[in-house]
Design a protein around this ligand. Structure first.
Ligand code: COA
Ligand code: AMP
Length: 635
């Protein structure tokens, strides 16, 4: 029976009663009576008077309810050859001890802790230990360079940084500790303590008086209990790329987040306690937070921490091996991972070596899934492929399918139906709601449902100017798209300076700021160009200063190095092309969207505001020689 229409209707017509019902999915120290409150300055709060603790829900509750012996976490690291399981009881022990160590180090409710770690169980213990004592964690993706880590340290002002000596990247050990040292050297705010997990095979230099080895840190720590916190108390800050060099500190609360994740696990992912749920992502991304850690653990599932890649660790059969070995029911990954497998094993020969009959559904998100990849996965794996759409800001899906509500109509190219709680509208420039098939700004009518960001960390003004001011009464998602006649939503890509490279969200605006600082560069534009495997890649167009005497190749390699050492290798910034001028409007605004279309070889209309249309031919010619064979058409 299709329960979606009724659930959706109720969530929009009576959000308070809908979310009051959903709040019963979790346990509270104090059940909330005020489901939704609005402040005078236009902010919304869910479950304001509720008191709970997310770590209790994710760990202790399962032990109390008799699931202590069930496996909570399976750690699978193909490169190191390590596999380890933790039951809910063992998880409770590890987390309580680390929480005790943090408390001994002076961390109390509201203090920030930065976590810069690879995908290892201790990263999850760290997040949960912070939650347990009401500290606010901020996980920074290990692929980010010291400069990015320093920006986040300056903003979050953590008393403690938790890290490891290295992360594994296929056949390489990436030393994390020197990156942390470099970040702290660059940062204005200096954390008092750095705790280093020493993994086999690499030493780490410790700074006396500041650094301590993990094993020593927890050695004499007491086991501590969960601290009850108000529903609105921040659980974490997760920095995400905006349109400038300053990332946005997305705040997530304890109450709304726990309710929303519990709701999503049953209705969207169709899982229940005991099921094996695998989000093949990284703890540094929102997918890692919501669906490697909090969602599955709050639900009482077994979650998998996979410290490997879809290919090369050791081959394109890696995912199928993990599914068979751990009896995975639901897999969540980024389309780029599927494209990587498709490229290396187009006929899925390696799939024949494994039995993946436990797999019921494959979920994709993080970037647009092209139609070819969707069909390839659907036919090859013989399971429904659910493309669904959300973002760091929402913390859980905005548009999806609903096996838990009896609605599964996945369609190639579509990200699905609006999730209960989200009124998704497509708006034109003037803020009017568009009819089906018309493409426009994808916006969400306020209030956002529980789980979504209440604000940006210590920056209410930026929250309003980034998301709320453009269309009053709406949250601006930053994506463009349309709905079809069946109410399915098609997300066509970002309409701002944010790109997704292999599922990693990055800011072309930030790259542009860095490229512009090169002494030979007069001005530049960095845009996201379509890439067959990674979805998008950054491309810089550079205008040189008149007096600059630099060879184009030298300039390119210097710029590549700047982005690599400041943002990180994940940016995959590899191309900078010198042009005579940039296309602009008469008022001097760079036409980045047009540059993107030229690079992709897709159709565009020449805007009437363009200063000099002739320049488009120049750009076309400059890109043609360099990008031949690279562009692939959007579908
Ligand atoms: N720590 C340090 N370096 C990292 C890193 C990390 N956590 N993650 C990536 N990098 C580095 C890589 O080593 C690589 O460096 P190199 O240029 O020196 O070789 C660079 O960043 C790019 O890495 P990646 O984006 O992983 O590209 P790849 O070519 O190695 O692999 C894929 C391609 C498709 C297999 C890979 O991108 C992938 O698995 N993508 C899925 C991403 C994902 O799940 N995203 C989560 C959002 S849901
Ligand atoms: P992140 O905040 O890293 O999760 O990135 C969010 C952005 O990724 C969104 O704003 C979209 O641009 C893009 N995105 C995520 N999921 C999808 C999807 N299913 N289809 C298209 N784009 C997506």
């Amino acid at each position: 029976m299709n329960l979606y229409p009724e659930a959706y209707q109720q969530s929009i017509a009576s959000p308070q009663s809908f979310w009051a019902d959903q709040a019963r999915r979790i346990s509270w120290y104090h059940q909330p009576r005020n489901v939704l409150t609005t402040t005078d300055d236009g902010f919304y709060h869910w479950y304001e008077d509720g008191v709970l603790n997310t770590c209790y829900l994710a760990v202790d509750r399962h032990v109390e309810e008799g699931r202590g012996q069930q496996v909570a976490i399976i750690y699978d690291s193909p490169v190191s050859g390590r596999q380890q399981c933790f039951t809910y009881s063992q998880l409770q022990h590890e987390v309580s001890r680390l929480a005790g160590a943090l408390r001994q180090a002076g961390i109390t409710k509201g203090d920030r802790v930065v976590i810069y770690m690879p995908v290892v169980p201790e990263a999850v213990f760290s997040m949960l230990a912070c939650a347990r004592i009401g500290a606010i964690h901020s996980v920074v993706f290990g692929g980010f360079a010291p400069h990015e880590l320093a920006i986040r340290i300056n903003d979050a002002k953590p008393k403690v940084v938790l890290t490891a000596n290295y992360g594994l990247e296929v056949d390489r050990k990436i030393a994390y500790k020197p990156l942390v040292d470099e970040a702290i050297a660059q940062a204005i705010f200096k954390p008092g303590k750095v705790v280093v997990l020493l993994r086999d095979g690499l030493q780490a230099d410790l700074t006396k008086g500041r650094d301590v080895l993990w094993q020593d840190f927890i050695a004499k720590a007491p086991l501590v209990d969960c601290v009850p916190v108000e529903a609105g108390h921040p659980l974490y800050i997760l920095y995400t790329s905006g349109t400038t060099g300053k990332p946005k500190g997305i705040v997530r609360d304890h109450g709304g987040h726990a309710v929303a994740l519990a709701y999503s696990m049953e209705t969207i992912y169709g899982v229940k306690p005991g099921d094996v749920f695998w989000a093949a992502s990284d703890v540094g991304w929102v997918v890692g937070h919501s669906y490697m850690v909090y969602g599955p653990l709050i639900t009482g599932c077994t979650t998998i921490l996979y410290e490997g890649k879809p290919v090369r660790t050791p081959d394109a059969g890696a995912f199928w091996r993990v599914i068979e070995e751990h009896q995975v029911k639901v897999l969540f990954t980024a389309p780029t991972a599927i494209r990587a497998i498709k490229k290396e094993d187009p006929e899925l020969k390696l799939l024949g070596e494994y039995n993946i009959s436990s797999l019921e559904r494959l979920y994709l998100a993080g970037e647009r899934c092209d139609v070819d990849t969707w069909h390839w996965a659907h036919h090859g794996l013989q399971v429904p492929v659910v493309d669904h759409w959300w973002q760091t800001e929402s913390g859980w899906p905005i548009v999806a399918q609903f096996p838990g509500l009896g609605l599964m109509e996945p369609k190639a190219g579509s990200a699905g139906f609006p999730v209960p709680g989200y009124q998704v509208d497509i708006l034109n420039e003037g803020g009017e709601v568009l009819i089906p098939a018309q493409e426009g700004y994808v916006a969400i009518k306020l209030p956002l449902p529980p789980g979504c960001l209440p604000t940006l960390y210590e920056d209410n003004d930026r929250f309003k100017s980034s998301y709320l001011d453009r269309f009053p009464g709406y949250y601006l998602t930053g994506d463009g798209g349309y709905k079809d006649e069946d109410n399915q939503v098609f997300i066509m890509g970002r309409i701002d300076d944010v790109i997704n490279v292999a599922g990693h969200r990055l800011s072309t605006g930030e790259m542009e700021e860095m490229v512009a600082k090169h002494p030979a560069v007069a001005e530049c534009a960095v845009v996201g160009m379509a890439d067959e495997m990674k979805g998008q890649l950054p491309l810089a167009l550079v205008v040189l200063k008149d007096q600059a005497k630099i060879n184009e190749q030298v300039l390119e390699s210097e710029l590549v190095q700047v982005i690599r050492s400041n943002i990180g290798a994940v940016a995959c910034f590899k191309q900078a092309i010198v042009v005579q001028r940039l296309p602009k409007t008469r008022s001097g605004k760079i036409l980045r969207r047009i540059i993107r279309h030229i690079a992709d070889g897709t159709h565009y209309a020449v805007p009437s505001t363009i200063d000099d249309p002739q320049i488009l031919t120049e750009i076309h010619d400059a890109l043609k020689s360099r990008l031949v064979g690279q562009a692939f058409l959007h579908q």
